[in-house]
Design a protein around this ligand. Structure first.
Ligand code: K2U
Ligand code: ZN
Length: 174
């Protein structure tokens, strides 16, 4: 497996609409496995393919606790088919916007249709951190970042800071 370079704000590819996956083949499974290795190495609890520069509707998640066994999940062409009126707030971060955290309010429960790593149709009803993570990652597939859910003033400050950082670092690939 391979740890892949992360794409950082303000790389414009993070704003792309990712393409639906037509076929679940061995190459796609290898990409999912590389994304899981990249996510665990970061470390994070979720990762969308666009964050390693690949605009395909694929994401991986593992919300298991430190003291628990890993419980990796692979979501292919995920679609939110229902979300609760009730909302919850989490302090979110993003591997593409390192060391910046902000409170984001989202629906507390979501129902998501997707294909699993074997290409089998699945449906999950998620709440808690898994619901937040799924919405955060599915946002990535639509070119939406968690900073799009905070005030314009704060968002512009973050973008300005990461634009300056990218200039000093010579790019947006970590
Ligand atoms: O998409 C990503 O950048 C991965 C995020 C996913 C995530 C962010 C906020 C809330 C839930 C999921 C990373 O895992 S960032 C690390 C992290 C982990 C738990 C809570 C907050 C931030
Ligand atoms: Zn993110």
């Amino acid at each position: 497996m391979t740890i892949k370079p992360l794409v950082l704000l303000p790389d414009p590819i993070l704003r792309a609409e990712s393409d639906p996956i037509e076929r679940v083949d061995e190459d796609l499974k290898k990409l999912a496995d590389d994304m899981l290795e990249t996510m665990y190495d970061a470390p994070g609890i979720g990762l969308a393919a666009i964050q390693v520069g690949i605009p395909r509707r694929l994401l991986v998640i593992d919300c298991s606790k430190e003291e628990e066994e890993n419980a990796p999940l692979v979501f292919i062409n995920p679609k939110i088919v229902a979300s609760s009126e009730e909302r919850s707030t989490y302090e979110e971060g993003c591997l593409s916007i390192p060391d910046y955290y902000a409170e984001v309010e989202r629906p507390a429960q979501v129902t998501v249709d997707y294909l699993d790593r074997e290409g089998k149709e699945q449906q999950i009803e998620a709440d808690g951190l898994l619901a937040t993570c799924l919405q955060h990652e599915i946002d990535h597939l639509n070119g939406v970042l968690f900073i799009d859910h905070i005030s314009k003033l704060k968002r512009n400050m973050v973008i300005k800071k990461f634009t300056k950082l990218a200039k000093s670092r010579g790019g947006t690939r970590l």
